[in-house]
Structures are given as C-alpha cells and as structure tokens.
Design a protein around this ligand. Sequence first.
Ligand code: AMP
Ligand code: MG
Length: 440
Amino acid sequence: MTTPNTFPAIAGSLSQFDPQALPVSAAQAIVLQWVTPLAQGERVPLRDALARVLAADVISPIDVPAHDNSAMDGYAFDSAALARPAQTLTLTVAGKAFAGHPYTDAVASDRCVRIMTGAPIPVGCDTIVPQERVTIDACETDAPATISFAANAVAPGANRRRQGEDLARGGVALRAGRVLRASDIGLMASLGLVDVRVKRRLRVAYFSTGDELRSPGQPLDAGSIYDSNRYTLGAMLQRLNVEPIDLGVVRDDPEALTATLLQAAESADVVLTSGGVSVGEADFTRSQLQTLGDVSFWGLAMRPGRPLAFGRIWSGGRPGAGRAALLFGLPGNPVATMVSFYQIVRPALIAMSGATPQPMPLIPACCDAPIRKRAGRTEFQRGIAERDAQGQWRVTPTGSQSSGALSTMSEANCFIVLAHDAADLDAGDAVDIMLFDGLV
Ligand code: AMP
Ligand code: MG
C-alpha cells in the first residue's frame, strides 16, 4: 500500500477534471493507478483452482504428448515404403498397438502395425494410413494378414502427433496472472500436477447504508424498503470469486458508519458501501471518508451512477494509522450500484486480485428506437439485443431507464453504451452494446 501522503485527490495530469464529475475513463485510470496487486499466495488442489489467479508461471515438467502417437485408427508404417515405384502398397500386419498398450518391437519397412488413436507410434514407423483407406487382403488361416492401399492415399508423416507438440518440457504452460479456466485445470492435470500456486482471495467487505432499509424476512413498515444492494453486491462479488465479508445494513448515523468503516478496514482489502454518497443530507460516506482517510474523487460524469466516492480508509481512524483499505462509496439507487460496480469496481478488484482486467468487448449494433442523451457523460442504458437474419445486432432500450428500477437489469441482456461526447440518437443509429453474458 502507498504511504498516506501520496494518495492523490486527482492524479497529476488528470487534475484538469472536476472531482465531482470525472469522465468514466479518467476514473478507471485513477482507480487502477491506486491498486496494488496482492502479493500473498497459497497452494490449492487442482479441483479448487477454477477462477483463481495463477501466482507463478506453470512450467511443464514433461512433454505433452509424452510420445509420438497416432491421430487416427489405422495402420502405422515407415513412409520410406511410399518412395517405391508401386502404385499400390501391400504391407504385412506385424501386430497391434492400442492406447496404453504399445507395440514394442521394431517394425520392418515391408510391415505395418494395426494402431488405434492415441497409441504410441512403434519404432520404425512414422506415418499412419487411416483404416478407411485400406483393404484387408484375404489371408490364409494362421498366416499374418496383409493390407493394401493406394500409395497416394497418404503423405509421409501423416496422422502423427509429435511428442511435445502440445507442450514442450521446460516451456511455460500458463502465465502468472491468468484467471484459471476449465481448460487450464485440465492442462495442469495433463502435466501430472496435483496442486497449483494461486493468489490468496481478495477480501471485500460490503454493507448498505440507509435508515429506510429492511432485510428480506423482516416486516416492511411505512416508508421502508427492502435492501437489495447487499444482495446484488454479494452476487456480483461471488462471480469474481473474492472472499466476501457482509457487514449488514448500517443506519444513517455518522458514528455507526465510522465504526463499521473501521471494522471493514481492519479485515478487508477493499470496502464497498452503497447509499449515502449523494451531495446533500445523505453524504455521510464521503464526509467519513474525508476524516478516516483520503478521498480521490466523489462523482462521475456517468449515468446512472453519478455519485461515487473513491478513496482509502485507515483502520486506525486517520491517514497513515493502521491498515489501509480501498473504499468505493457506491450510489444507493440499485441500477446505479450495479453500473458503478461493473465500470469502476470490477476492473479494480480484478487488478488487485493479481490478474489483468480486460475491457468488456463492445459490439456495434443498430438501435431500434431514438435515445435522449446529453453530451458530457457516459451513459449505460439497459437494452435488449438480438441478431437479425443478416447477422447484424439490433438493440431496443428497455422501457424504463430509471436508476431505481432493478427490473430493467433483469429484463435487459446488455448495456447500450453511449460515449461521453455522444448526443441524442435517432432510431436506426449505430450504438455500442456490452452484452451481460460473462458480466452479470
Ligand atoms: P442514497 O444514495 O442513500 O440517497 O439512496 C438513493 C436511493 O437508493 C434511495 O431511493 C434509496 O432508498 C435507495 N437505496 C439506497 N440503498 C439501497 C439498498 N441497499 N437497496 C435498495 N435501495 C436502496
Ligand atoms: Mg441513503
């Protein structure tokens, strides 16, 4: 973690921006600048390694495949036989090679070996003719069978998988920083590894703020609403495979807020709050952040999600005292909470986990309806996208774009991303969409 006096309000060249309305790209850059990737790692069995971040390069201890083997069911033979002038080759079948049951004798050049996919290629052979290409000649009882095939049916070296062609011994099989996928788990198993060194999981504490919030299961009295943000946050964190620390609902009370923030800074690497960041009576989070640590910025030129406080808090209650944790004070409106999580928090958590955040792909689409958009902020509208018969993506905005209507997120399958400088759009205009698949 950096020292207390180097955390910038707005870093160097970005100081031309308003800390209350920072362009989204500038905010993303500042946040990543203040992320320190986790140093600590742990060994986990392969079975538990899915979605964990690789802490060190995986070096292959063996060649994969370990021996030259056949890619087809057929007959292995020496391609020198193809050099003979004959148009048809006839070879005597010397024996059989199955996966796990190699043929161990050397094979003379007028002979071949019946071979199955994956079986080691016998000594003296370098080519496999697929079984569909050969005729098995009628043979006398007790005499070895012979096969015949056209000499041009197969090229020298065909259907041979070479030793080490997938992974060579001593080579880098997987690079540090990779978020492990199913294929990676299998690949490490193919190297004979039983466990793998990964980064420890990032600890992320989160809580909701608001006197109006009730937890599901409690009665809903007049003026109260159910707390949904803690559930969306918990679920979004689950997708990122971090260690979540749910600190519940905190009242709109500076002392309660301080106590919870200090507890969070003590136990977590990152703290997420929702609600109480808008300027006005509900700006406790930001004012507490100013007391307990340092604020970098507290607003984005983004919709939904304008109020967003980013900074650092210290468990000792003042800058430099105790442990530091990054703090994201997210807006309370449920859609705004989600949008700011995806755009600002998610890349930071990925980078802090030790992986490299990749931007979510944007797909060009034709928008079916006009959209009102003010230049000077990035908007993430909810849309329903599908590909038409010509393979072109078309998108329709969901009816409501209210930042309080979580149902629009459930109804939508993408964000319609409207760039900072974009203005009103007509029906039929081109837009970029960000599909939820792989994100939500
Ligand atoms: P705030 O940012 O605290 O002013 O909240 C903005 C709006 O979001 C208000 O209508 C709040 O009632 C609502 N809100 C805040 N927190 C939550 C939450 N955890 N779950 C659902 N709605 C919330
Ligand atoms: Mg509130």
